[in-house]
Design a protein around this ligand. Structure first.
Ligand SMILES: [Zn+2]
Length: 429
């Protein structure tokens, strides 16, 4: 079954919703190494709570391996924390006994996760809060070698010959991650279209598209699958229609409103496996970086630029930055051109007029080409696949330039967090 959904009515909080634990690969692996080398230890760290439409999410903010047991009495009222330990017995009775021994206050939340001491493969977790104990239903490990574990076995689609070439190239493990992936994309224009077709062709599960603009006739040259009859439709809707003709099973959610509006910002925080920006404007790019840091999403920013110099020579450059939360962002890797203006756009003083009207495209670039967009979007999506496979373990910047008559020049490499970057170092309490 396929559908295009408008996201306005989707958000309702249900206290019966599952508990989902979100942790970065770095924290998870260092805790596991600590627990393997010191079997009687436990890893403990603070949690932050985020409500999304389909779950109650708890995000792990840090983890330290210790042999000291933390009790409710030693923690502030209202605090939330995560404990992971290894055990020979992985059963509900052991978990209930362990949590009872910690003497929680009703206002506190504690997630206790036990991992099998021998194999490190089996696990069981509970969430204790307000005198209740609920099962921990999902763990998402975010970043390199991304993993999503659920207590209930996920329905897996029967093998479909349609995907045999992609599975052959990616390997089954990586393809399964792609096949279950939700991608949120800001920007459904020329670059966004190029990226969306690749994600759809790779077999992702769900695509959320955000763009307030309507399709104009001059966009059609770089938006395959769209036609003159789509002109005037919201770009997200026109693109969704074309993608659904190609992949009727793809779940697409569209939101044709500005990213700055409050509802949209909330919807952008819905759990995704990758947050993509394909925009000309630094405001949604910076907003995405802040949300990616807050919600622990990998962020992929893709942009191209075509300039004509004084001698009439044309210069084609394009960038793809794949940024892991807390380990580089669009502000410290590459930079935001006018941050004060971006901040004013995101939080305008009450009653203020918009900062400036949008400039016509020809005032800041010579044009746009599908060839350049396709080159960089292929490289960008491939870096995400490398992240899923675990071959890429850091944030990564790729820049390509096309030298007329001499072909492609490319520079790429790992990048990290800038010193004192306020976005990367932000803690959310
Ligand atoms: Zn940063």
């Amino acid at each position: 079954m396929s559908s295009v959904t408008d996201m306005r009515d989707q958000h309702t909080l249900d206290h019966g919703h599952p508990w989902r634990l979100i942790i970065t690969t770095g924290l998870w692996e260092s805790a596991l190494h600590g627990l393997i080398s010191t079997p009687d230890a436990q890893a403990i760290g603070p949690l932050r709570w985020l409500n999304v439409s389909d779950a109650r999410e708890l995000l792990v903010e840090g983890l330290q391996v210790t042999t000291t047991t933390i009790t409710g009495e030693s923690r502030p009222t209202g605090s939330a924390w995560f404990v992971v330990a290894t055990s020979d017995r992985i059963d509900p009775a052991t978990l209930h006994h362990e949590i009872a021994a910690r003497g929680l206050q009703p206002s506190q939340i504690c997630v206790l996760l036990l991992i099998d001491r021998q194999s490190h493969r089996r696990w069981l977790g509970i969430v204790a809060h307000q005198h209740r104990i609920d099962p921990l239903t999902e763990i998402h490990i975010i970043g390199p070698r991304s993993v999503r574990i659920q207590t209930a076995a996920e329905m897996t689609a029967p093998p479909d010959p349609r995907w045999s070439r992609t599975v052959g190239a990616l390997g089954e493990r990586t393809w399964n991650l792609v096949n279950r992936a939700t991608i949120t994309m800001i920007g459904a224009g020329r670059m966004g279209t190029s990226l969306a077709w690749q994600f759809a062709a790779l077999g992702i599960k769900r695509l959320r598209l955000f763009d307030p603009d309507h399709l104009a006739v001059e966009n059609l040259d770089a938006m395959p699958g769209l036609s003159a009859s789509d002109v005037g439709l919201p770009k997200v809707q026109a693109l969704a229609k074309a993608l659904l003709r190609f992949r009727p099973d793809l779940e697409i959610v569209v939101r044709p409103y500005p990213t700055a509006d409050r509802d949209t910002r909330r919807l952008l925080r819905e759990r995704c496996d990758l947050l993509v920006t394909a925009v000309d404007d630094d405001t949604p790019r910076y907003l995405a970086a802040c949300i990616a840091r807050e919600c622990l999403f990998p962020h992929l920013d893709v942009a191209s630029d075509i300039q004509r110099d004084a001698s009439g020579q044309i210069h084609l450059t394009a960038d793809a930055r794949l940024l892991l939360p807390g380990a580089g962002c669009v502000q410290c890797v590459g930079g935001i051109h006018d941050l004060p203006a971006v901040l004013r756009q995101l939080s305008p003083p009450r009653g203020a007029m918009p900062d400036h009207a949008e400039q016509p495209w020809f005032e800041h670039r010579a044009g746009s080409l599908i060839t350049l967009n396709q080159m960089i979007s292929g490289a960008a999506v491939q870096s995400w696949l490398d992240l899923l496979s675990g071959d890429l373990t850091t944030s990564f910047w790729q820049r390509i330039a096309w030298n007329s008559g001499r072909g492609m020049e490319s520079h790429s490499g790992p990048v990290g967090r800038g010193d004192l970057c306020p976005v990367c170092l932000r803690t959310h309490g």
